[in-house]
Design a protein around this ligand. Structure first.
Ligand code: PMP
Length: 387
């Protein structure tokens, strides 16, 4: 295990004078804290004997039913028996890796991919094989080639890890046609898909992309989270898995944490049933859309020729590629001196690629700070080009 590049960055990036476009923290400033507070109070006084007790390893049954409702906009019709509640979706990724991976097994993952998932995969000694993306996400033909190449080398593929909607870090979304192709390729090759979807409800046009899992309950494990649609502090996520995988997930989870925290699960459950949580999700969308607009406008206005970037339609991130010859990691100390921070692209690859790229998050700072951050970044890039 090694410290991720994001991790060592947090100390500098959190200094108040630095505009951090690095972290991916959800902006929870819009949450009605008084409402949540009185719900928590009621939870302890009225249901404390359950909320403060151990619970089922698979997760609270009522919450599992509600999770099925939460997945419906993505086209998923699920049974609560197939849902396992986890400590954030991160624990679902950890448990799935633990279940499937023997050292040297291959996990296919987009290039780039979510940094902490890559860390998890590495910690179980998986071999990560990246599959190319373009502005529309994973390229099906490259997936087909990667599967063939890995198998020709005599290695075992355990699953494809993919973030089809509002990708972290790439900011792109896989169109429906490609989802169908990816599913068909994985079916034919018998490769399990782990579909990670924490941002699916946060599309700026209000449309929720149809999950790959909606079209196949056997080939896909769907992983979801309340971190971006409610609050990450509760650490509640889930996995929706085919029966055999679900059984192992519950065993693995019991061995790991006994049960997901009852208090957090009931808190989320109360919030879903006692509050218009969808209205809150719509507010979050609007807030993130305003920030996305601020970042894209600033990039369009200020970035030097030769830089290009993705145009996210939801989620938190823009992926920016620098003009030829500039290394984002080498430039970072100078950017921090100029009071702006980002995550260098290499963090999102298992193989050292991505040196010319960076992830910019627009989720947390105000639109004004985002504009200022992009202005500072453009300055540093221009200075770098003159070197
Ligand atoms: N997957 C992706 C793609 C993410 O961006 C994140 C959070 N940044 C997670 C999983 C983990 O989220 P959590 O554990 O809070 O549910």
């Amino acid at each position: 295990m090694t410290a991720s590049e994001t991790r060592s960055l947090f100390a500098v990036a959190s200094r108040p004078e630095v505009v951090s476009l690095a972290g991916g923290m959800p902006n929870i400033s819009g949450l009605p804290l008084d409402v949540v507070g009185s719900m928590m109070n009621d939870l302890v006084t009225k249901r404390g004997m359950t909320a403060l007790q151990y619970g089922s390893g698979q997760g609270d049954p009522t919450l599992r039913e509600q999770i099925c409702d939460v997945m419906r906009p993505a086209g998923i019709n699920a049974h609560p028996d197939d849902v396992t509640v986890t400590v954030g979706s991160q624990q679902a990724l950890d448990l799935l890796t633990r279940i499937f991976i023997d050292p040297g097994d291959v996990i296919l993952a987009e290039a780039p991919s979510y940094v902490v998932a890559l860390g998890t995969f590495r910690s179980y000694q998986a071999d990560i094989v990246h599959v190319e993306m373009d502005d529309h996400g994973l390229v099906p033909e490259r997936l087909r080639e990667a599967i063939a190449a890995v198998r020709a080398a005599g290695k075992t593929i355990k699953f494809l890890y993919t973030i089809p909607s509002y990708h972290n870090p790439a900011g792109v979304t896989l169109p429906q046609q490609r989802r169908a192709e990816v599913l068909e390729i994985c079916r034919q090759a018998d490769v399990l898909i782990v579909e990670d979807d924490p941002y699916g409800l946060l599309g700026f046009d209000g449309e929720v992309p149809r999950a790959i899992r909606a079209d196949d309950a056997e080939q896909v494990v769907y992983v979801g989270s309340f971190s971006k649609t409610f609050a990450p502090g509760f650490r509640v996520g889930w996995a929706l898995a085919p029966h055999a995988v679900r059984e192992k997930l519950v065993l693995a989870s019991e061995n790991s944490v006994l049960c997901p925290p009852a208090f957090s699960q009931l808190a989320v459950s109360e919030y879903l049933s006692g509050h218009d949580w969808m209205a809150q999700v719509k507010d979050f969308r609007e807030m993130y859309r305003e920030r996305r607009d601020a970042m894209l406008e600033a990039l369009d206005d200020l970035m030097p020729a030769g830089a290009h970037w993705t145009r996210p339609t939801g989620g938190f991130y823009v992926w920016l590629t620098l003009p030829e010859g500039i290394d984002a990691k080498a430039m970072l100390p100078r950017a921090v001196t100029n009071r702006v921070a980002y995550v260098p692209g290499t963090a999102f690859f298992a193989d050292g690629f991505g040196a010319r790229s960076m992830r910019l998050s627009y989720c947390y700072p105000t639109p004004e700070r985002i504009r200022e951050g992009v202005r500072r970044l453009a300055q540093v890039i221009e200075q770098e080009m003159e070197l």
